[in-house]
Design a binder for this molecule. Structure first.
Ligand code: ADP
Ligand code: MG
Length: 254
């Protein structure tokens, strides 16, 4: 039975897509069967795993808005054991188009039910907003993983994110859990980064992953080659830390 995990933070540029792609790929590398659902119109997870957006005929938009069976939209990626439900720019229309539709919050939930027994993990890469797409992701998921960038104002905006989390718990998905909080892009040369680590740990306590993701240039290069870090450079620090995170996620599930 797949564990379904949404990766969310309404702030842009905090490492959601980098984490979704590389955690999913690391679990696939460790032999798990993984599906990544791209739910951001930017489609960075899609292209980052070697799928050309120009060649995508149907994507997550068709699943959410036109109720296309999700099986018809699943594509192979550049990594063995990892499949992708792609997103393209047409997803940008979904927020508005879903507004007047019935059961709009449970479209993704309904779509993925039949996939549970086919994968070990299903990850959903959320957009930088708390609209219908994120609500769909939370309603479909067992848990939410929150990347937090080790920067000024790291905790800013997290109370709105947690409000949305509780709202979905109350109305649509009472079993939704907080999977964990991941500190990203730590710059080990400055004190600021470590101050943020302490602050986030004070707030989220044991929910913070032991693995901290440092800044690593290989992580930022890999997407332009359409590869995850385990394929682009398995010897890099970036691959080492995402594999470590994957093991932590596996242990948490035991
Ligand atoms: P989000 O999905 O939250 O908007 P991304 O994962 O796209 O964030 O990351 C934003 C930018 O930062 C991207 O250019 C990405 O390559 C880069 N990046 C993310 N994590 C790291 C890291 N650990 N080290 C270096 N660059 C990173
Ligand atoms: Mg992203």
């Amino acid at each position: 039975m797949a564990r379904i995990i949404a990766v969310a933070n309404q702030k842009g540029g905090v490492g959601k897509t980098t984490t979704t792609v590389n955690l999913a790929a690391s679990l696939a590398y460790l032999g798990k069967k993984v599906l990544l659902i791209d739910s951001d119109a930017q489609g960075n997870a899609t292209s980052g795993l070697g799928i050309s957006k120009a060649d995508v005929e149907k994507d997550i938009y068709d699943v959410l808005v036109n109720q296309e069976p999700i099986e018809n939209v699943i594509s192979e990626s550049s990594r063995e054991n990892l499949w992708v439900v792609p997103a393209t720019i047409q997803l940008a229309g979904a927020e508005i188009e879903l507004t007047n539709q019935p059961h709009r919050e449970s479209r993704l939930h309904d779509a993925v039910q039949g996939l549970r027994d086919q994968y070990d993990f299903i990850f959903i890469d959320c957009p930088p907003s708390l609209g219908h797409l994120t609500i769909n992701a939370f309603t479909a998921s067992d848990s939410v993983l929150i990347p937090v960038q080790c920067e000024y104002y790291a905790l800013e905006g997290l109370s709105q994110l947690l409000n949305t989390f509780r709202l979905v718990q109350k109305h649509f998905n009472k079993d939704l859990k907080l999977e964990g909080v991941l500190l990203t892009m730590l710059d080990a040369r400055t004190n600021l980064g470590f101050e943020v680590v302490d602050e986030v740990k004070k707030y989220f306590k044991e929910k913070v992953y032991k693995t901290i993701i440092p800044r690593n240039v290989r992580l930022s290069e890999a997407p332009s080659y359409g590869q995850s870090i385990v394929d682009y450079d398995i010897r890099s620090k970036g691959a080492e830390v995402y594999l470590e995170l994957a093991k932590e996620v596996l242990e948490d599930g035991e």
